[in-house]
Design a protein around this ligand. Sequence first.
Ligand code: ZN
Length: 508
Amino acid sequence: MRIACLGMMHETNTFQSVPTTYEEFENFELLRGEEITAQHSTANSTMAGFFEGAGRFEFDLVPLVHAFTGPTGTVTKDAFDRIVGEMIDGLRNSGPFDGILLGQHGAAVSEEYPDMDGEIARRVRDAVGPDTPVVMCLDLHSNITRVMIDNVDATVVYRTNPHLDPKPRAVEASEILVKTIRGEAKPVQWIEQLPMVINISKQPTELEPMKSVMDDVRTVIERPGILSASCGQGYPYADVIEMGVSFVVVADGDVDAARDAAEWLASRTWANRALFGNDTPTPSEALTAAINAPVGEGPTVVMDMGDNVGGGGSADSTHLLLEAQKQGASELLMSLFDPEAVQRCVTAGPGVEITLKVGGKTDDMHGDPIEVTGHVRAITDGKYEEPTPTHGGIRFFDYGPTVALDISPTNGLGEGNTLLLHTKRGVGNMSRQQMYSAGIFPERYRVVIAKGVVSPRAAYEPIAREIILADTPGVASADLDSFNFTQRRKSLYPFEEDAKYTPGEITR
Ligand SMILES: [Zn+2]
């Protein structure tokens, strides 16, 4: 049994001004064939699960192309044409295949295709024909569309946020595919889209109200004849018509069973829709609470939601650093993307006192550059390895040349503050190895600012005395009213309080 795996994963923040180019994928991850095996077979990613599935269910896995980058702006037509072109060429030239495993994100937008994942699914189907089964894995933050569902035989979505389960979900997808090829299962799917947005602050799956949603999903999976069930939480920062929450159920041959289950899931979440809104503390409130927290119980971790790098943030927001100056914070640790500042620090060298402006250089949404004075503690290549499963299952990280800068108590700041300055935007603060590899121990700080909402939790929950959200301005702000949506559908709760849900209705 010969099965191809491939994918072009992107979470597109259409409010982010930096476009996602071919070069951006190349810089981050654009792998072919054996390169995919080397990078993923021992990781905890979707692709890793396909390798695991190949071992467990005894098929030959042919890795073709895998592209991935952090969530930046709209994918350029050039990047889409070249990468998807290579994926489809691979399917046509390296076949025939008994089945296809497609690892997508589900919230990608390109210049040409607002439903980029749907267009990829359509082209994959077109390349392999109607009789070759295709099973697709998606991120929990997918805006799942009719076109995606119509072009694949089954869909399996991550079920945890932070995403600790891409690998087991991809194994699940592999099993469904193998059973389908052997004629042991006939997957049919139903998608139920809800006209509502789950605020980013309410998306962690271990906490209510999402916990109950995922408990419902697990209940459905236990029903007889159900092969898989999923919730697409939706990604609110992709301004597209099908942005929002959806449920997909895969049943064995019985579309009514899939439909009943998907409608049950959707109606239960809809009934609780008032629980999924934004009630996040302001940056000032969040930092005050962190600074005044009891000492000796580990750091208070403040989530910089507006600069959620895993959600398209610029990674250089200074809103909380400014607040730290105003409140005289001490023993605070945060990272900033700033190639210019890194260059200045590298030129100055270790131990030399240097005054420079850091952060706030990408756009006008993430604060202004802030002047600090400090000593370079360490200079590294910004590469590190994270062997345990963290968000998304990445093992090998590369933030480019990186500097640990210890800040002197000037410009309002107190003692013992440290900045980690890096030269690739990266994916946020998803692993403590990011700090350890630069000689920084986050456990020793009173306040750690993490650029994310959920993705840093697996890294920082084990050492944090408390995690506090901060509703900072920025491209991933929790305050959805701060964005000028032009493409989203109407009506959509909570933008339109009187939005109505009609079971079985699909967005067009
Ligand atoms: Zn996600």
